[in-house]
Design a protein. Structure first.
Length: 318
């Protein structure tokens, strides 16, 4: 009878320091696991198991949403939907990349860095996807066709390079200067988030000041921003495991909660964007030219190649 032996689990001082997580005292996998061991470990309880599944399962939820939308929207022949297509593809990419990073990050110290380089790159591209969607469908009325609107997506593409470069670099001083590493990594993702959401901040504030109608899009964006703030808080605070080291090693630590909040925020963001896509279509098409291939897929392709080159450069520097 064929039996499968699950990988051994270690305590924090049994693995190299590069694998340590704040407040997590046990549940570590072997620091030189094979790819098969990594896959098998996703079916046993380790300190990464919930991290893996809280982004692997949502990946398929977003894929399902994409397929459902594909049956009702013409993504091939209708340029109006091209920014939405790019956004949806990148929404499917970032949780999948994160799940893979958490799955295979225990193969070696070098593999751990490379896995998270790819994870950071996917998040950077997701921020660009948000800019595509906001620029196409969520701009405040009197910003449409203005200067910020014209350069909004190209600037976001440049921001994605900054985000990937800074976040990848933050792994190098991780052992010697952990606080600096954390500050750099946090700044790398806060900056594009703030930039992408400038239209939302203005639109929501203007809506509150002028007592505009509370519609599904406004509600969705509010929930999205709320979960984004919770995501940032959990990422930087390492709560609750910092208050009780060892108590939340397997279930309930900040990275798991951070994953859940991020996915919920993306869900509400997607629903709000879809509301704008439908409700503002006639108004936007009367004021904007149809998106072109160079401004959509061309920009996204160059951003993908640029981020891949940055990841390749940092991988070579390891």
């Amino acid at each position: 009878m064929l039996t499968i032996k699950l990988p051994q689990i270690f305590r924090v001082h049994q693995v190299p320091r590069i694998f340590w997580e704040d407040g997590i005292m046990s549940g570590y996998r072997h620091p030189k696991s094979s790819a098969l061991d990594c896959i098998l470990s996703s079916f046993q309880m380790t300190n990464e198991t919930v991290n893996i599944w809280t982004h692997f399962l949502p990946t398929w939820y977003f894929v399902w949403r994409f397929l459902v939308l594909s049956s009702s929207l013409d993504f091939c022949q209708e340029p109006y939907h091209w920014p939405l297509l790019i956004y949806l593809l990148l929404v499917c990419l970032y949780p999948f990349a994160s799940s893979c990073a958490h799955t295979f990050s225990s193969m070696s110290a070098r593999a751990r860095h490379i896995c998270y380089f790819c994870d950071y790159g996917a998040l950077s591209l997701y921020s660009l996807g948000c800019a595509f969607a906001y620029g196409a469908y969520a701009m405040p009325d009197h910003w449409v066709s203005g200067g910020l609107h014209h350069y909004f997506v190209p600037a976001a593409a440049l921001n994605s390079f900054v985000c990937t470069g800074l976040s990848c670099y933050s792994r190098f001083p991780e052992l010697e200067r952990p606080r600096l590493s954390k500050v750099l990594r946090t700044a790398a993702f806060v900056y594009p988030f703030l930039y992408d959401n400038i239209p939302l901040f203005y639109r929501l504030l203007f809506c509150f000041w002028s007592n505009c109608a509370w519609n599904e899009a406004v509600a969705g964006y509010c929930y999205h921003l709320l979960f984004a703030l919770l995501t940032g808080f959990l990422f930087t605070s390492h709560l609750p495991e910092r208050l009780a080291p060892g108590r939340f090693d397997y279930i309930g630590h900040s990275h798991q909660l951070f994953h859940i909040c991020a996915v919920l925020g993306t869900h509400f963001q997607l629903e709000a964007i879809l509301c704008d896509v439908c409700s503002r279509r006639a108004w936007l098409r009367g004021r904007l030219p149809a998106p072109g291939l160079s401004g959509t897929f061309g920009t996204a392709g160059l951003a993908l190649l640029g981020n891949a080159a940055i990841i390749g450069a940092f991988t070579a520097a390891l």
